[in-house]
Each structure stands twice: as C-alpha cells, then as structure tokens.
Design a protein. Sequence first.
Lengths: 111, 116
Amino acid sequence: DAKTTQPNSMESNEEEPVHLPCNHSTISGTDYIHWYRQLPSQGPEYVIHGLTSNVNNRMASLAIAEDRKSSTLILHRATLRDAAVYYCILRDENQGGKLIFGQGTELSVKP
Amino acid sequence: GAVVSQHPSWVICKSGTSVKIECRSLDFQATTMFWYRQFPKQSLMLMATSNEGSKATYEQGVEKDKFLINHASLTLSTLTVTSAHPEDSSFYICSARGAGGGTEAFFGQGTRLTVV
C-alpha cells in the first residue's frame, strides 16, 4: 500500500486559512488522493479527493503537485467545527479501492 | 454526501457472547463495503473488504472465523463478533462505496463495543 506522511498536529486561528500538507512520494499512476476527517467518537467524514488536477468543493480545496508526490488540503476559513483529525489517503483502484489510514494530522482551531 | 447508517451506535455484551453490527447504505447501492476497528488514540485499522454476494477478503492478522462478515445485498453488510472477549472492545466503523473508479467511500457513525 502506498504510504502518506503528514505532520502529527497543527494549530490554526479561527477564520484564517489552513494548509494541511501531505507527502506521498511513492504514489502510483492509479492512486487517487483522498482526504477524510474524523471528530472524536464519530466515523470519518469525506472531505475531497482528486487524481491530478486541483479540486474545489464546498468544504475545501485540494492542491496537487505537478509530480503528484505531495498535496495540500486547504480550508479557506477555519472554524471551531473544523477541529478534527485529517487523514490523507491514497486509494489504489487496482486493489479494490480500499482506504488504508495513516496517523493523520490533528488540527486544533483557536478562537 | 451519501448516508451510511450503522446500528447499534453502542453495545455492551458479556464475554463469550456474539454481537452483530449492521451497516446500511441508505441512498445508494454499495457494491463494496469495508469494516474497520479503531482503538483509543489510534488510527482506523482495516479489517476486511466485502463485495456484494462474495466472500469477504480479510486483512492479514484478522481472524475470519471470529469476525464474520456478510454482504448479502447492495445496501446491507453485517459484522458479527463471535465469542467476544474484553480485548475485542473497540470502535467498529463501516464504510461503503458504489461502483466505478474514483467514487468516494462514505462512513457510518461507528459502533462502540464494550465486552465485560
């Protein structure tokens, strides 16, 4: 399974943008980059995913490096409700599309 | 996003008994479902992958006779923890996705199992 590397924790201030980095130097051509987040005692929540091009949705933006070896999840204006563990995951469609979770980044948001 | 519902949200059972957890996709057909477990302060660990109508594929180290998975329809998968012991106490989470490459997976809210 392809691996991702994320910082263990990050802090941000409310209403400021947050850039969560993820390194995935061993990514293969069939790997999609997925981001999920998890609040305590809840199941993970889908945030965004992409393959090669940058992606935007109502929750966040995903910036993918040209060589695809890294990506950044961008929360444009952090709120207290964005405090969670954020997981960057590579999903290989050739392996049934299973998601293998790493340790993720624990994001705290200060008022 | 799509809705995946787990039931029950929490369960307490006696050691030696079996517990069944249900996972339903409410508004889409889930061709593939995944089961995870999560211990406190740890990440999710994939236990098995099931495709509708097929036997589940278990990850290395997961006992298939202890964790029985059934995926009999496109909207329902069940995980049965047989002969539960206190060390099986954990947070169990299911995930479901539809057919087609690039489709995202959606997660249930999780089931907290406590074996006493």
